[in-house]
Design a protein around this ligand. Sequence first.
Ligand SMILES: C[S@@+](CC[C@H](N)C(=O)[O-])C[C@H]1O[C@@H](n2cnc3c(N)ncnc32)[C@H](O)[C@@H]1O
Length: 206
Amino acid sequence: MPTAASVLNALTPDDIHWIPSSILDAARMVDLFSVEAPVTVDYGCGEGAFVLAMAQKYPGRNFLATERLVGRVEKVCKTAARLGLRNIRVLRLENLYTARFILPAESVAISYVSFPDPWPKRAHQSRRLVQPEFLEAVRATLVDGGELRLKTDDLPYFRWMEKVIAEAKGWERVEWQDDATHPLTNFEARFIAQGLPIHKTILRKV
Ligand SMILES: C[S@@+](CC[C@H](N)C(=O)[O-])C[C@H]1O[C@@H](n2cnc3c(N)ncnc32)[C@H](O)[C@@H]1O
């Protein structure tokens, strides 16, 4: 529940919905968040359960969520405002474009890609988010030792990710340690309820 003090300083959904002043230049994190703090990016946040829970759990960190669907962006912004969160912004923009052109170099501590669309048909696989150019773009945004955390329920896509990772330079692979208190994404909660396995890995920038 937001406190009286946090309500007085509360941000509106419009404050939380970040519209960059230019999409041709990299943003500056200091212009984006009210307080300087390590930044976590959630690419394709969907309905935002994960990023909202993380922003509540870690008030000393900043969170940027990207999502292409306007209805989802609006929903996350409204919920964040209702919760009195000041450390989250939501950007309606394509993931690869955001990583490549909007986020400044070496500005992000942790990036999450959770349950990206699997595009199972062979003809559509080029639309998958995890591709060499995406890993390269995300790597450039990360600080040294920063991490990209990947999760999917889709085994063929996970195998695809592993091939892309094997070819990528400048990362070490780290096993994801299970933490029962780690917030779940909307999709993750559904898959866990159905008893489905979740495939996950962490890439650390070296
Ligand atoms: C399968 S959902 C997973 C949502 C969330 N990460 C979760 O785990 O609950 C994938 C989300 O990514 C968004 N998305 C797909 N492609 C995108 C892209 N290229 N740029 C930004 N968002 C994208 C979709 O609109 C959708 O909300």
